[in-house]
Design a protein around this ligand. Structure first.
Ligand code: PEP
Ligand code: MN
Length: 379
């Protein structure tokens, strides 16, 4: 059960304490307070965990300081979209809004290699007024002898260069909780020139201790990527782990699933799940066409498969696109074959805009259809 605290009570420490004490006296109930930072205000939510089915909604709703009570289903208690649940989705981080309504493109390096390549990439992003990017410093590699990423050594110059070119959010994978501290320390030491969205990769999605640690830190939003060999439900539970530790700024990422049935793509593209995740949860949904497709191959119409699947995801309402670009893909230390060329960034962004405009038209069409008299719309 989720209790939404009214604004006046949330602003008064004494009134809030009184409400929490009343809730704490409910038998068999554990109380957890979450502050959800929205674009305009911070909302205080109290999660009642335990024997809540024995509680009457009205008894809790009439306690002083309670604005509303939501009874949640067993599945995805915090991230889920429940009956009569009108809680807003999304968050704003470093001036960039993320929700189930917005669309942000994160074009960038799979792995940071040289300062020259990072600089070239940032400059190109700035030329197209992009404020988000991806930059891998800690790389989870299948082969222990492959390049593992520059780690914390590259963070100061990556952050400084990003800030110089107006980048506000960098998606950066962490594979150990110590990486979060390294990122925080480096941002601090460089005067916070930019922001970071922590990424939990497909291989770590069931690393529960990492999920808990990343969920507990209050500073950075988190992009959690679907596990490539587990069910959607299991992956969404990973996002719930983050939320259960207090994290409210979460994006869920689709990146394809591992099966030979997807050949010759690197993974079987799963962007048909964009609307499914939006229906089951209130999380913004990211698509990663690069790790799904795995190559720059083009269809006979001249459009790379990678752009085709991006358009499919955006047309289905995706809210974020994570995509690999590289100034010299032949020299990239990780995933060169799937990186688009810097000269293709403008084309890519225009193609995304075409798909987004089509999605907005489709959404308007659905709304117009829903507004028609019931007799005409009922099946
Ligand atoms: C990545 O985005 O760099 C990455 C390794 O992705 P995934 O975890 O989806 O394989
Ligand atoms: Mn990669």
């Amino acid at each position: 059960m989720i209790v939404l605290v009214d604004e006046a009570t949330a602003k008064s420490a004494a009134a809030e304490k009184e409400l929490l004490e009343s809730l704490g006296r409910l038998p068999g109930i554990e109380v957890r307070v979450h502050r959800v930072k929205g674009a305009e205000k911070t909302v205080t939510e109290v999660y009642l965990i335990g024997d809540t089915h024995r509680l009457a909604l009205e008894d809790v709703a009439t306690l002083p300081g309670v604005e509303r009570v939501v009874r949640v289903s067993e599945e995805y208690r915090i991230i889920g979209r429940h009956k009569d649940d009108r809680r807003a989705s999304g968050f704003t981080y470093n001036g960039v809004e993320f929700s189930q309504e917005t669309l942000n493109v994160f074009a960038g390096l799979c792995a940071v290699d040289t300062p020259e390549n990072a600089e070239a990439l940032f400059a190109e992003l700035a030329a197209f007024r992009q404020v988000c990017t991806r930059m891998g410093a800690y790389k989870p590699r299948t082969n222990p002898y492959s390049f593992q990423g520059h780690g914390k050594a590259c963070l100061p110059w990556v952050f400084e260069k990003a800030g110089k070119h107006g980048i506000r959010v960098i998606a950066m994978e962490v594979t150990h909780e110590s990486h979060v501290d390294e990122i925080a320390e480096s941002l601090e030491a460089t005067g916070r020139p930019t922001g970071v969205m922590l990424q939990i990769g497909t291989r770590n999605i069931q690393n529960f201790e990492l999920l808990k640690a990343v969920g507990r830190q209050p500073v950075f939003p988190v992009l959690v990527k679907r596990g490539f060999g587990i069910t959607l439900n299991e992956s969404l539970n990973a996002a719930e782990y983050l939320a259960s530790e207090g994290k409210s700024q979460i994006v869920f990422g689709l990146r394809g699933v591992k099966t030979n049935l997807g050949d010759p793509h690197r993974n079987l593209v799963d962007f048909a799940h964009v609307p499914v995740v939006k229906r089951l949860t209130r999380l913004p949904v990211c698509i990663d066409p690069s790790h799904s497709v795995g190559s720059r191959d083009r269809a006979p119409d001249g459009i790379p498969d990678l752009m085709h699947v991006t358009a499919q995801g955006v047309l289905a309402g995706a809210n974020m696109v994570l995509v690999d670009f590289h100034p010299q893909p032949g020299k990239a230390l990780v995933d060169g074959p799937q990186a688009l060329l810097l000269g293709e960034l403008g084309w890519f962004l225009e193609d995304v805009a075409v798909a987004r405009a089509a999605y907005e038209k489709r959404r308007a069409l659905a709304q117009a259809h829903a507004a028609q008299p019931a007799a005409k719309t009922s099946a």
